[in-house]
Ligand binder design. Sequence first.
Ligand SMILES: O=C(O)CCC(=O)C(=O)O
Length: 279
Amino acid sequence: MSIADNRTDRPANNHAGTGILDTPYPVTDEQVRSLHEDSWASLPGLLDADTAAQLRDALLAAEPRTTISGPTKPAADPNALLSHEGVAWRDPFVRGIATSKRLSSAVVALLRQTDALFCQDISFFKPEGANPIDYHQDYSYWPFDRKGCVTLWIALVDLTPEMGPLRYLKGSHLEGPLGLIEPTDIRERYPHLRDSEVVGGKAMAAGDAQAHWELTLHGSARNKGPGRREAVAFRYIRSDTIYIGLTHPHYDQFGLEPGQKFIDNENFPRVDANGLVER
Ligand SMILES: O=C(O)CCC(=O)C(=O)O
């Protein structure tokens, strides 16, 4: 029995305007090169505005989360950040987007793999005036034995540069794990990173996405408005990834055993270029 329940009665893929989910995303060689060499890739038009709006509505209907990341983190300040995590494990519509042909085809092409496992969703809704999120790597927060986790960060509303779309330090995933540095600016600890070019952080339309690695240094500027900066991250791991037992509020709920392959736990949907692989 999988942890996914059917709290909503909406069918996973029966929404007006979601036909795009059944079409592959045409990933270019330049996008793959950019992710592997520059630490990130721009994916314009990953979703259309209508699907992005329905995804936004589904996330807003879900219970928000109260902590932002691993066990040592304080409770999230709802005035600073509204976040929903693991909604795809409660809402088939959100799961249907994450495992759609559209997103799956993009992920496996970017990873240069034949398949991948969908492992987490988390939204980042930053109210106008909310503080910057310092540059950090996600790697040290997560219970994975290897690199190769890719995040699709999807704009859910039109974003101006002033709202603080996600930005990256170019080439930073090649640094290897740098540790849990927040809330210090990581460039204090590793001064050579001051020479790294900042990439991303430009205007995005609702449905546009950006991809980055778990080792990519990423963060966002203060939201100077207008309006709330709304985005969701869908994350995917290599299908050979092994669970190492690091405590994390999302992964703790699946009954994983340290040393177990994620693919052997039925809670993590497997995807390939055509979408969900039934198993
Ligand atoms: O949305 C943001 O500003 C932060 C996103 C982030 O840290 C992530 O996707 O891992």
